[in-house]
Design a protein around this ligand. Structure first.
Ligand code: ZN
Length: 502
């Protein structure tokens, strides 16, 4: 059999796996949007079946045989050839999955399903005790999972799952540098009188909120012929195929910015997915390359674009026209200050651009301590309070808005799920500087509600490649160097220096 025939067979098998995953994504999207509560038990079973079938197919001996037989073909190709990249990425996934025994994964999924269900009741009840034993079990599973892989640090295999190529050591080094810059900046800003954002809590009807967001993301270039927006509790983006990439949001009629910025955020994720070369659809290359790069794009469109003065110079008159009674007496300047209010707060997902990364670093540090065995589960709630007090200068009054606030540890493994948010913020600033170097007119265009230059640049340099290049390779190719802290600090100092005169 020629390499060409073998590649055709491999792609056919990979397409089946992609279709199983796509079907599972439809079920999951439905579960998070329209499914009645009674559908839960059967839906868990259906999703588990699709997950098991996909796992069996990616670890099938035929995949291993084809990858082995195509090894010399891969070596004959240039590194950036599509087939070489496909073989590389498929090999990585196969080698990763084949190390994990199927019964372990089955046990893990069942445990996580149960703990998630408990957490949905424990958080409103403010009762860490309800999840204490389950979380201890998750920590044990997380360590066992990592032990299936060679590693320097126990967290490395977990970090690899979402941010391939990064390690506990490399992330810690970047985070330490960032924290040293952020803590004094937060101190300088929060020592000034806080911005007034009380008018954002007036009554803003749902339909008008949604309509405004849809217009903005159409202008970004989100293609509604290949996507749609629905309501959910925890906004997300999901890909079924290149032709169907959906976003979700939630609306608080007494807080204007929740739906608005979650819409811009999820649209950023979707622009990335809609920009991937359609030739990669149905293959492991047809998706974003890492959690960090994905978040870099959602944060670019939400924050760098969507919270900029230039953006609102164009859009604020339209927002005022949509809500004349609510915003007629609010100046552009007051609105801009309100949507960029910096404050020491308890909840990560509501945090501003300046303090947000401190929330992430607290979680990352606690994860490493848990995995290293330095921090017993029983001491976790207190360790959380201590870190918030020392790093953010605010002490959570309870566990509900403390250690219980994020789903990640209760709906997945401990380790690897948080660092991508801050890596994404760092990358967004570094990518955006590269975009401005190539096209200084981008900022003026944002002020006219035009985004073609930015989106086209991002598509050509980042989106179209899907998973062909790793995050580290993309950073080098696009920005000419490795991930750095300085661009984000320059961005924050520039924007908030002007806002707060620091
Ligand atoms: Zn995101």
């Amino acid at each position: 059999m020629s390499a060409e025939v073998k590649m055709t067979e491999l792609k056919a098998r990979l397409l089946e796996i992609s279709d199983l995953n796509g079907a599972a994504s439809v079920l999951s999207w439905d579960q998070s949007t329209y499914m009645p509560p009674g559908g839960g038990p059967a839906r868990s079973r259906q999703s588990a079946l699709l997950g098991r079938l996909a796992h069996e197919r990616i670890t099938a001996p035929e995949i291993g045989r084809l990858l082995d037989e195509l090894e010399s073909y891969r070596e004959s190709l240039p590194y950036d050839h599509d087939d070489a990249a496909l073989l590389r990425v498929t090999r990585r996934t196969y080698d990763q999955r084949i190390r994990i025994p199927a019964p372990f994964m089955g046990e893990l999924y069942e445990h996580i399903g149960n703990l998630f269900d408990t957490w949905t009741r424990a958080r409103p009840a403010n009762d860490f005790g309800m999840v204490r034993d389950g979380l201890a079990k998750t920590l044990d599973y997380s360590r066992r999972f990592a032990e299936y892989f060679p590693h320097q640090h126990i967290a490395d295999p977990l970090i690899d799952l979402s941010d391939y190529g990064m390690t506990a050591e490399s992330v810690r080094a970047v985070f330490d540098e960032l924290r040293a810059e952020l803590v004094p900046l937060v101190q300088a800003i929060t020592s000034q009188p806080p911005a007034d954002n009380s008018f954002l809590r007036r009554y803003f009807p749902q339909d008008a909120q949604l309509a405004f967001g849809v217009e903005a993301i159409k202008d970004f270039g989100y293609d509604f012929n290949r996507g749609r927006q629905d309501l959910t509790h925890h906004p997300f983006m999901t890909r079924f195929s290149a032709g169907d990439i959906r976003i979700t949001t939630r609306v608080d009629e007494h807080f204007l910015t929740d739906a608005l910025f979650s819409t811009l955020h999820e649209a950023g994720h979707a622009l990335y997915e809609q920009g991937i070369d359609v030739g990669y659809d149905g293959l492991p290359l047809g998706g974003g390359t890492s959690a960090g790069v994905h978040e870099s794009q959602s944060r670019t469109w939400e924050n760098i674009v969507g919270r900029s003065r230039a953006f609102w110079m164009h859009y604020y008159p339209g927002l005022q026209a949509a809500f004349p009674e609510q915003l007629g007496d609010v100046s552009l300047d007051a609105f801009y200050r309100a949507i960029n209010k910096v404050e020491r707060s308890l909840i990560r997902v509501d945090a501003d651009e300046v303090t947000y990364n401190l929330h992430v670093m607290i979680r990352f540090g606690l994860e490493l301590d848990l995995l290293e065995g330095k921090l017993p589960i029983d001491d976790l709630p207190e360790a959380w309070r201590a870190r918030y007090t020392s790093d953010l200068g605010i002490t959570p009054p309870d566990d509900k808005d403390g250690v219980l606030q994020d789903v990640h540890w209760y709906g997945g493994l401990i380790g690897g799920a948080f660092q991508g948010y801050t890596i994404g913020n760092l990358m967004s600033a570094q990518f955006y500087e590269a975009a401005l170097r190539a096209h200084p007119e981008i900022e003026a265009e944002i002020g006219q509600g035009k985004f073609d230059t930015l989106r086209t640049w991002a598509t050509e340099n980042i989106y179209r490649w899907g998973s062909k290049f790793t995050a580290n390779e993309l950073m080098e190719r696009v920005t000419g160097g490795p991930l750095q802290v300085a661009p984000l600090i320059r961005y924050l100092r520039g924007k908030y220096g002007e806002l707060y005169s620091v």
